[in-house]
Design a binder for this molecule. Structure first.
Ligand SMILES: Cc1cc2nc3c(=O)[nH]c(=O)nc-3n(C[C@H](O)[C@H](O)[C@H](O)COP(=O)(O)OP(=O)(O)OC[C@H]3O[C@@H](n4cnc5c(N)ncnc54)[C@H](O)[C@@H]3O)c2cc1C
Length: 443
């Protein structure tokens, strides 16, 4: 009889766990089911480039059905866990409950944005976690530039042409840098906005950015951003957000209609409901082999798990794709070992270098003692990321996108209506209705 292995979460951790197990066993010996909310793997390091338009949005995702070899994909959300009956409860796209029996279970549901109870943040802040967020932000920046061409009131121009990002982690910093670079190039086509000038601001509560990375690379990045005219505020907190301005802990009010909140992540809310042990940050407690404490047949990895960091065993691994991917492979090998193939090993990690993309042909990179910036760092980052993309066709498409964008200017088409068609009677579909309603509410 075949073993049933269930993996939850089709991101960096879950996908790599599935592929590792698939390679070890025949389909007859082990039936692997991947439970995923999307039918694609999202390469998050490329989201800022999808927002800036240097990469076509569909080229930053790869269909999971192309990537899996013999495993089953169950599209839906895990809603519960019955450890006694060894069953994972799932809801499919239509809301129907489905039960999946497991002999071995790997949990990798990732993280969500960590917000704070700041007045107005939930209503007026945007996040930057998904492909939908990236596409929305790009369209929003273009819409703001377009609107600015039709406005004369200097205060409204300030609101439209000021873009504030809160949180100096990977996601916020790269998104800010890419979009500022995009908007600076695009300004050529917007005379009124060019005359008034744009303002881009990064607000970070700590005294440094990129806490996951070496402090020297972080300092280097801040210097680079400031050189480009980005207003980087360290040791500064966001206190209040309205539809047209924000209040900072320095007492300063900044007129803006764009507040992007990227101040950290917390584990997927799913993990709080599973009855598994959690650490003080809400991540699932696992041992060095990524086995959940007290649960023999369950492993947890990625942003949702507190995996001891091999480089610094006092702490958990930081929530990065580099860790999630390698934990996926290591957990896959340990699951295989529990089914009789190989020996279980603790999670180990070797840093292969860090890169921060700062826009078209600009980046900072650190590998070993080497620190590089500018086009060479950008090229090193490209080479690294291309090597990490799961499918050959997506590698090729990314390289083609970069090459094709070389000789051309920025594309400023605003295509926010994609996926929101009008009905035959001219009314908006539900999705577009709620979008335009929330925009109207903001005014
Ligand atoms: C914009 C951005 C840029 C980033 N850049 C970098 C970078 O350059 N380098 C780096 O190392 N890291 C980067 N990261 C961080 C990196 O993306 C995460 O650390 C990594 O994705 C974590 O992997 P994971 O498998 O834990 O979660 P994810 O990759 O997020 O995958 C989790 C999956 O589980 C699914 N899921 C959640 N709940 C359920 C449920 N109940 N049922 C079924 N499925 C569920 C989610 O939909 C998702 O598909 C970036 C993140 C962002 C947002």
């Amino acid at each position: 009889m075949a073993w049933n292995v269930v993996v939850v979460g089709g991101g960096f951790g879950g996908y790599n766990a599935v592929r590792t197990i698939e390679k070890k066993f025949s389909e007859e010996a082990v039936k692997v089911t991947l439970v995923s909310e999307q039918n694609y793997l999202l390469y998050t390091p490329f989201l800022p480039e999808a927002a800036a338009g240097t990469l076509e949005p569909r080229h930053v995702v790869t269909p999971l059905r192309d990537l899996l070899h013999g495993s089953r994909l169950a599209l839906g959300s895990m809603t519960g866990l019955d450890v006694g009956r060894k069953v994972v409860q799932v809801r499919n796209e239509e809301g129907d409950p489905v039960e999946l029996r497991y002999d071995r279970l790997v949990l990798s549901p990732g993280s969500v944005s960590r917000t704070l109870p700041i007045p107005g943040l939930a209503e007026h802040g945007a996040q930057f976690k998904s492909l939908a967020d990236a596409i929305w932000l790009r369209n929003h920046v273009i819409r703001s530039l377009e609107l600015a061409e039709t406005v004369r009131d200097p205060r409204r121009l300030d609101e439209l042409l000021t873009f504030v990002f809160v949180g100096g982690g990977y996601a916020g910093l790269e998104a800010l840098a890419e979009l500022q670079d995009f908007a600076t190039d695009a300004l050529e086509m917007y005379p009124a906005a060019r005359e008034h000038g744009m303002r881009w601001m990064l607000v970070e509560a700590a005294d440094r950015v990129l806490r996951e990375l070496d402090p020297k690379l972080a300092e280097y990045t801040v210097r680079e951003l400031r050189k480009r005219g980005i207003d980087v505020r360290l040791d500064t907190q966001l206190r209040e957000v309205t539809a047209t301005d924000i209040l900072l802990s320095t007492g300063e009010r900044v007129e803006t209609r764009t507040l992007v909140w990227t101040a950290g992540v917390k584990p997927s809310p799913l993990v709080a409901d599973l009855g598994l042990p959690l650490d003080e940050t809400g991540r699932i407690v696992v041992d060095a082999e990524m086995r959940v404490e007290g649960a023999e047949d369950i492993w947890a990895i990625g942003d949702a798990a507190a995996v001891p960091n091999p480089i610094d065993p006092e702490r958990s691994s930081p929530p990065t794709a580099q860790h999630a991917r390698r934990q996926g492979i290591a957990a896959g090998l340990n699951v295989a070992a529990s089914l009789g193939k190989g020996r279980a090993k603790p999670y180990s990690y070797k840093d292969r270098g860090s890169f921060v993309n700062l826009g078209r042909y600009k980046a900072v990179a650190m590998t070993g003692k080497l620190r590089v910036r500018g086009p060479l760092a950008w090229w090193m980052a490209r080479t690294y990321h291309v090597s990490q993309i799961a499918s050959f066709s997506r590698k090729l498409r990314a390289v083609i996108d970069w090459t094709v964008s070389l000789p051309f200017g920025r594309d400023v088409s605003e295509v926010g209506s994609i996926g929101h068609p009008r009905r035959l009677d001219g009314s908006l579909t539900n999705a577009s209705q709620s979008q335009s309603q929330s925009r109207a509410d903001q005014k």
